[in-house]
Each structure stands twice: as structure tokens, then as C-alpha cells.
Write a protein that binds this ligand. Structure first.
Ligand SMILES: CC(C)(COP(=O)(O)OP(=O)(O)OC[C@H]1O[C@@H](n2cnc3c(N)ncnc32)[C@H](O)[C@@H]1OP(=O)(O)O)[C@@H](O)C(=O)NCCC(=O)NCCS
Length: 166
């Protein structure tokens, strides 16, 4: 399996992987593939990584820029998606490891919204005061790359507002 940057011809496969994976998530809005399309259209994908096995795209991870409180340049990871037929084979972990490695070179830290039961294994955790309006505090998590204590609202790209529009 290879983790690599997306290329233009991956777009339909990325849409399919994200759509199929997110169907398994009860809290999914069904807008995640459209969010990726919009981030791409606005040149806001800091990372757009695919996991390729043979010639098939089996996993995907996006990252974009976010501000936390007054600090710019955080790497916001999401969506992360693995084809349901390929779960529990380390694909999500491989995408996360590569994303963290790359973000570490350029960002004060990484942040995301997701299940602490999964993301805790990569060092993500909630912080007092770290928040996104409308999200339970335990799912808003960060991984600072230095001694920074992230605090304040996570201001993400407007594409994530597609969630609110249904
Ligand atoms: C979450 C997801 C990306 C994990 O991908 P994966 O390739 O199966 O992950 P890995 O193989 O690296 O790790 C699997 C491990 O994580 C665990 N895991 C997966 N989802 C979990 C969750 N929500 N809470 C706790 N553990 C979880 C599995 O039980 C497995 O544990 P094990 O290693 O002890 O067997 C994948 O399940 C997925 O696409 N889910 C639907 C979309 C989604 O939830 N995306 C994240 C949005 S926040």
C-alpha cells in the first residue's frame, strides 16, 4: 500500500471512498465529499493524501488550515475515510501517520473533530477552552507539536459550513 498526494484523476475515486466510508458514521451529514470538492476548488487543501493499493484508492485524508484562538496555521485533519471493506488493516493509521509527519514540518499542531476513542491513539486530546460551536467538547481535539496549549474557537474553512446547510 502506498500513501501519496492526490492526482487529478483520483477525484472520482476520492468522492466514492469518502461517500462510502461516511455512510457508516451515524453523525455523518453526507456532505463530506462535497466539502473536499470545495476545499480543492478553493485551493485550500493543505494535504490531500490517498492510500492506494494496486491501482485502487482505498483511503483518503484531507487537511486544511485553521486558526485556534489567535494562532494561525494549525492543520485541520478531515475528512479521513477508508473503504469499509478495508477497515482494520492499518490504512487509517498509515494516512494519519503521514499527515502528522507532514504537518509537523509546517504547523504549530494538528486539530480535528472526531471520536476520541480512535484519535487518542495518535496523541490527539481535548483541551479546556478548545471548541467549535455546535460540537461536544470531547470530540474537538488537538495535537500540539510544541508546548502550546491550544485554547479558543477553531476557525475552519468555510467549506465545512456545508455541514450546517445540510
Ligand atoms: C475511522 C477509520 C478511518 C479507521 O480506518 P481503519 O483503516 O479501519 O483504521 P486502522 O486499521 O488504522 O485502525 C483500526 C483500529 O481503530 C479502531 N477504531 C476504528 N474506529 C474507531 C472508533 N470510532 N473508536 C475507537 N476505535 C476505533 C478499530 O477498532 C481498530 O482497532 P484495533 O487496531 O485495536 O483492531 C475508518 O473506520 C472509517 O473510514 N470510518 C468511517 C468514517 C469515519 O469514521 N471517519 C472518521 C471521521 S471522524
Amino acid at each position: 500500500m502506498l500513501i501519496r498526494n492526490e492526482i487529478a484523476s483520483d477525484t472520482p475515486a476520492i468522492r466514492a471512498v469518502v461517500t462510502e466510508a461516511m455512510r457508516m458514521l451515524p453523525q455523518s451529514t453526507g456532505t463530506e465529499a462535497a466539502i473536499v470538492d470545495r476545499l480543492r476548488a478553493e485551493d485550500a487543501l493543505t494535504l490531500s493524501l490517498v492510500a492506494e493499493d494496486g491501482s485502487e484508492v482505498v483511503g483518503y485524508l484531507a487537511a486544511s488550515k485553521a486558526r485556534i484562538g489567535s494562532q494561525d496555521g494549525w492543520g485541520l485533519i478531515g475528512p479521513l475515510a477508508v473503504l469499509p471493506s478495508r477497515h482494520r488493516q492499518g490504512i487509517g493509521s498509515a494516512l494519519m501517520a503521514e499527515a502528522i509527519l507532514r504537518l509537523r514540518a509546517t504547523c504549530p499542531g494538528a486539530t480535528l473533530v472526531g471520536d476520541p476513542g480512535y484519535y487518542g491513539r495518535f496523541g490527539f486530546r481535548a483541551f479546556p477552552g478548545l471548541r467549535i460551536d455546535g460540537c461536544p467538547s470531547e470530540v474537538v481535539q488537538a495535537l500540539p507539536f510544541d508546548a502550546t496549549e491550544p485554547s479558543g474557537e477553531v476557525i475552519h474553512h468555510a467549506a465545512f459550513g456545508l455541514d450546517q446547510q445540510g
